[in-house]
Design a protein around this ligand. Structure first.
Ligand SMILES: CC(C)(COP(=O)(O)OP(=O)(O)OC[C@H]1O[C@@H](n2cnc3c(N)ncnc32)[C@H](O)[C@@H]1OP(=O)(O)O)[C@@H](O)C(=O)NCCC(=O)NCCS
Length: 136
């Protein structure tokens, strides 16, 4: 189940952006052992699991009239802040099924590919380790 957020411009009475958040997890997949080992190396031995809690970002979109002004980045920073500093929920990763055209945007915002198995798909699973944000 997702919760959708709208960012409004009250002066122009316009929707600037919207995005959804939903509970997710990153899970061990025997076909992606390399990717899994890379993730696990960031986790202390006694805290390693077969899956880790995550929050998925769904349907992030910025109104074309407001694009290229840092709003998408600010939204992701706000989500990163909410799930690290505000600590309303224990989760380690943000995930996104990134449209191919949006992959460079997410890369600029610190997201990385989970694996190469989806490299030819229309969307790529990408994730952001919130630990790196809390260390900033
Ligand atoms: C992708 C999207 C959310 C980016 O929002 P935005 O507010 O325009 O992004 P920002 O202004 O914060 O851009 C941050 C950086 O990413 C770059 N960037 C943004 N969108 C990009 C894209 N599609 N391709 C390549 N680079 C992109 C910007 O040039 C900027 O780079 P800079 O820091 O070197 O100047 C927005 O373009 C959008 O809504 N696209 C259509 C819907 C979509 O694809 N959503 C993603 C669903 S997974």
């Amino acid at each position: 189940m997702a919760v959708t957020y709208l960012l409004e411009d009250p002066v122009k009475n316009a929707t600037v952006a919207y995005y959804s958040l939903l509970a997710d997890k990153i899970s061990f997949n025997p076909d992606e052992k390399g990717a899994w080992n890379k993730i696990n190396r960031q986790i202390p031995n006694n805290k390693r699991r077969r899956s880790y809690p995550a929050v998925k970002i769904g349907r992030l979109a910025v109104n074309e009239q407001y694009a290229g002004q840092g709003i998408g980045t600010a939204i992701l920073d706000n989500i990163k802040y909410t799930f690290t500093e505000v600590k309303r929920l224990g989760c380690r990763f943000l995930t996104v099924d990134a449209l191919r055209s949006a992959v460079p945007f997410y890369q600029k915002c610190g997201f990385i590919f989970f694996s190469s198995l989806d490299k030819d798909d229309d969307t790529r699973l990408m994730f952001f380790d919130l630990k790196s944000f809390s260390n900033m």
